[in-house]
Ligand binder design. Structure first.
Ligand code: FE
Length: 242
C-alpha cells in the first residue's frame, strides 16, 4: 500500500528551450496548481501528496538549483545525472546508435564521477537512479565495484538518500536502479533510501514495489524514508505488500 504519493516532474533549465522532455519555467504555476488539486482530491484517501522536482545535475548548476529551491516550499528535490558533457542526454533512446562506438569503461567512469560530484554538491535530498548509465544494457565487462565505490563513499559523506527505482526492470537492462551489488554496498555504508516507481504514466505508479521490497530485504534494508518540506522521516518497511 502506498503511504505517500510523490510528484517530481523534470525541472526547468535556465536556458530555454533546453531539450524536449522537461517543463518550462512558465509551466511552474500550473504545476503547483495541479499538485494542489491532487492534494485536495487525495484527502478522502488520507494520502499525502508530496511536491518535488527532479533536477539535472550539470557542472556549475548550483546557482540554478538554489534558485529553483527558492521558488517553492518543496518536500524534496531529486538530483539526477541524465547528461554527460553539455548535450548528451545518454538515457534518451534517440542516441541508441552511439553506444556501440563508445569506450564503455570510460563512459561509465565519467558517469560515476559526475554522480559523486552531484553527491558532494549537497544540493539534493534524494539522488536519483544511481546506475542509470546501464539503461540500454551497455555494461563494461569488468568489476563494476570500481565505479560504485567512489560514488558510494561520496553519497555516504553527503548524507543524501538514494532511490531504489523500479523503472529499470522495464528497460533493456532489466534491473532496478541501482543493481543489487550497489544496494549491498549502500546498505553497508548506511545510506538511507527511498523507493520510487519513476512513473511516467498512471499505470506505472507503485509498479514492482513487491519485488523492490524483497530485494531490499535481501540486502538488509529494514526502513525507507519519506520527506515533508525537506524533513526526512524513516518508516519501517512492511513485512509484505498485499
Ligand atoms: Fe530521471
Amino acid at each position: 500500500m502506498l503511504v505517500e504519493y510523490g510528484i517530481a516532474d523534470h525541472a526547468p533549465m535556465p536556458n530555454e528551450p533546453f531539450d524536449d522532455w522537461r517543463m518550462a519555467q512558465a509551466d511552474l504555476p500550473a504545476y503547483f496548481a495541479w499538485i494542489e488539486r491532487a492534494r485536495i482530491a487525495a484527502k478522502k484517501f488520507d494520502l499525502p501528496i508530496r511536491c518535488g522536482l527532479e533536477c539535472d545535475w550539470l557542472p556549475g548548476c548550483a546557482a540554478w538549483i538554489n534558485h529553483l529551491r527558492s521558488l517553492h516550499d518543496w518536500d524534496y528535490l531529486i538530483g539526477s545525472v541524465h547528461y554527460l558533457g553539455d548535450s548528451w542526454d545518454f538515457d534518451n533512446p534517440k542516441w541508441l546508435g552511439k553506444w556501440a562506438q563508445l569506450d564503455l569503461t570510460e563512459t561509465w567512469q565519467s558517469y560515476f564521477n559526475a554522480y559523486a560530484k552531484m553527491a558532494e554538491s549537497q544540493l539534493f535530498e534524494i539522488l536519483g537512479h544511481p546506475d542509470l548509465i546501464k539503461k540500454f544494457g551497455y555494461i563494461p565487462d569488468t568489476e563494476l565495484v570500481q565505479f560504485y565505490d567512489p560514488a558510494i563513499e561520496a553519497i555516504a559523506k553527503s548524507g543524501a538518500c538514494i532511490e531504489l527505482n523500479t523503472a529499470g526492470w522495464h528497460k533493456p537492462c532489466k534491473e532496478a536502479y541501482p543493481s543489487e551489488q550497489f544496494l549491498q554496498k549502500a546498505r553497508a555504508a548506511d545510506i538511507p533510501l527511498v523507493v520510487s516507481s519513476d512513473a511516467h504514466a498512471p499505470s506505472h505508479v507503485g509498479r514492482d514495489f513487491k519485488r523492490a521490497l524483497s530485494l531490499l530485504k535481501s540486502v538488509g534494508y529494514t526502513e525507507t524514508q519519506t520527506f515533508q518540506r525537506g524533513e526526512r522521516r524513516a518508516i519501517k518497511l512492511p513485512t509484505s505488500i498485499g
